[in-house]
Design a protein around this ligand. Structure first.
Ligand code: CDP
Length: 570
């Protein structure tokens, strides 16, 4: 395996097996073999022969060791090991009772320990100061109970696969919505949570007509107040402008696009990074194709991509079978729908290899072409599996049954952030642009060496203009080439960073991927420090108009560290 220095550091710190003294007892190749064997074993359930299983094991090993495809972190860490929990994404329900709240806290602890992330909607909890009939007391409300989850996460972060991450959702029509919107205004509060407001169609209508909308007590469904939609919209935008949170999700759109009918349940939350809406007690395992590995000359190697998608879907479907679930109920629900989330990383790498700037019409077109292809092939692959293994059990409630298309998985595609696995693959993360084209690398003897994004380094070398001084100038320019006149214009145009491009260019790419993704797309919409609250609202409108399921904006400098950035450092 050809691994970068950075990849080795990441693998050693969290992925490779250790003995009880903390010594590493596994090589990266052995890790790949352990994972491939454990996942291929599921084929035994479908009467595969020994030879067939060996062939599948080799296919799985090849795509992973060539860094063409990697499953999400829990699969890499836990497959073939006693913990055996392989999914990154969970959603747990929280009902309006102590029993339910603390059952969810316990399940959360078990999930975090194994490297999974949890999402919850707190919308079913009665508002603060509402009555508690059993004690004649008053309730403390959703935001207060979120603290319990935040503290539990904090307490179990030591010793787990990685620090846990949570998504907290509240519907915009919950009476405590204003408290929720501002609950992360102060840096450090709820540091184990990402938060998002679930925006309803009713709210959007009220916003359009500049009207009030109703606040509903979930305990008895009574209307307990009204707020001006434009006021709440402003509050969300102001808070996001100030601190990067909350994000918003378009909850009605998410349910409308869900391939399963309401009889199966209603989606009320996503996983921590927002890319995976799930039903209560459902989990999903993700995996990502490294697009940078599929450029041949100046075009895309579609045949190879097709083959890899087939292998990846086979792999992800097998994960559902060999997974050891933290709760019986999660196992049951997950196996009814068999959702998997195949996505991509290295999109920015691919663009650069093809000579296409991230903020261009061609980039939008490429995003659509690539994801349309992956979506289509992943459906073919799932359909093939269904012919051999049967449809997913809830098939009859799905859009596929109406068209009589066999399907093994209720969903096949999700665009994950790939925060850690992109480091292993040495790829640009998810569908994000390059964050910084150069940075200082800490080296031994306390000396810092500038490190330049490899593709840029090669071009600068080829043109004979690379010097260490130039690298330092790029670093001083916050990793951007903007305004560095000694670098030829064509290079400056191609190598753009997340901060160089407009929020619209970010949203355009997110929308292009969302168009061909069953689940959702993880993406940060970067804005310059000078962006205004009005800009944030415009971004929200643009996101809705372009079919996004949710959006998170991040204004440069508005927060020191975001939850998953912090998580990755630990
Ligand atoms: O790259 P990796 O497979 O580690 O994960 P990712 O693509 O960055 O994140 C995918 C999902 O894993 C997130 O949306 C969370 O559900 C979960 N996650 C987590 O629970 N804790 C983290 N520190 C990072 C990710």
């Amino acid at each position: 395996m050809r691994l970068s220095e950075n990849a080795l550091i990441v693998l050693k710190s969290r992925y490779l097996q250790k003995d009880s003294d903390g010594n590493i007892i596994e090589t990266p190749e052995q890790l790949i073999e352990r994972v491939a064997k454990a996942i291929a074993k599921a084929d035994e359930n479908y009467s595969a022969t020994k030879e067939e299983i060996e062939k599948t094991t080799n296919e799985f090993m090849d795509v992973m060791s060539e860094l063409k495809f990697l499953p999400n972190t829990p699969t890499l860490v836990n497959a073939g090991r006693p913990l055996g929990q392989l999914s990154a994404c969970f959603v747990l329900p929280i009902n309006d009772s102590m029993d339910s709240i603390f059952d969810a806290v316990k399940a959360t602890a078990l999930i975090h320990k194994s490297g999974g992330g949890t999402g919850f909607s707190f919308s079913r909890l009665r508002p603060k100061n509402d009555i508690v009939s059993s004690t004649m007391g008053v309730s403390s409300g959703p935001v207060s109970f979120m603290k319990v989850f935040d503290c539990a996460t904090e307490a179990i972060k030591q010793g787990g696969v990685r620090r846990g991450a949570n998504m907290g959702i509240l519907r915009v029509d919950h009476p405590d919505i204003l408290d929720f919107i501002h609950c992360k205004d102060k840096e450090g509060e709820f540091s184990n949570f990402n938060i998002s407001v679930a925006i309803t169609n009713k709210f959007l209508d009220a916003l359009k007509n500049d009207e009030e909308y109703e606040l509903i007590n979930p305990r008895n469904k009574e209307v307990v107040g009204k707020l001006k939609a434009s006021f709440v919209w402003d509050e969300i935008a102001k808070s996001a402008h100030k601190s990067g949170e909350p994000g918003i999700i378009f909850i009605d759109r998410i349910n409308e696009k869900h391939p399963l009918s309401k009889e199966v349940g209603e989606i009320e939350s996503t996983n921590p990074c927002g890319e995976q809406p799930l039903l209560p007690f459902e989990s999903c395992n993700l995996g990502s194709i490294n697009l940078g590995k599929f450029v041949k000359g100046k075009s895309i190697d579609w045949d190879n991509l097709k083959k890899t998608v087939f292998t990846a879907v086979h792999f992800l479907d097998n994960v559902i079978d060999v997974n050891i679930y933290p709760l019986k109920k999660i196992e049951e629900n997950t196996k009814k729908n068999r959702k998997v989330g195949l996505g991509v990383m290295g999109f920015a790498d691919m663009l650069i290899d093809l000579g296409i700037p991230y903020d261009s019409k061609e980039a939008i077109k490429l995003a659509e072409d690539v994801m349309c292809f992956i979506q289509k092939i992943s459906k073919e692959a799932s359909s093939e599996l269904a012919k051999k293994r049967g449809n997913f059990p809830n098939y009859k409630y799905s859009i596929y049954s109406k068209e009589n298309i066999p399907m093994r998985n209720a969903t096949t595609t999700t665009i994950a952030p790939t925060g850690s696995i992109s480091m292993i693959a040495d790829a640009s993360s998810g569908i994000e642009p390059i964050f910084a084209l150069a940075y200082y690398k800490q080296v031994l003897d306390g000396k810092r060496l500038p490190y330049v994004y490899e593709r840029l380094f090669n071009v600068l070398k080829d043109r004979g203009i690379y010097t260490e001084k130039l690298a330092e100038r790029i670093i001083d320019n916050r990793g951007s080439l903007k305004g560095i006149e000694e670098i030829p214009e064509d290079i400056r145009k191609l190598f753009v960073t997340a901060m160089d491009i407009t929020y619209k260019a970010h949203i355009d790419i997110q929308a292009a991927f969302q168009k061909y993704t069953d689940n959702a797309v993880s993406k940060t919409i970067n804005m310059p420090n000078s962006a205004t609250v009005v800009d944030v609202k415009e971004a929200y409108n643009y996101a809705y108009k372009n079919g996004l399921k949710g959006i998170t904006v991040y204004r440069d400098g508005s927060r020191q560290e975001q939850v998953l950035v912090v998580a990755k450092k630990e």
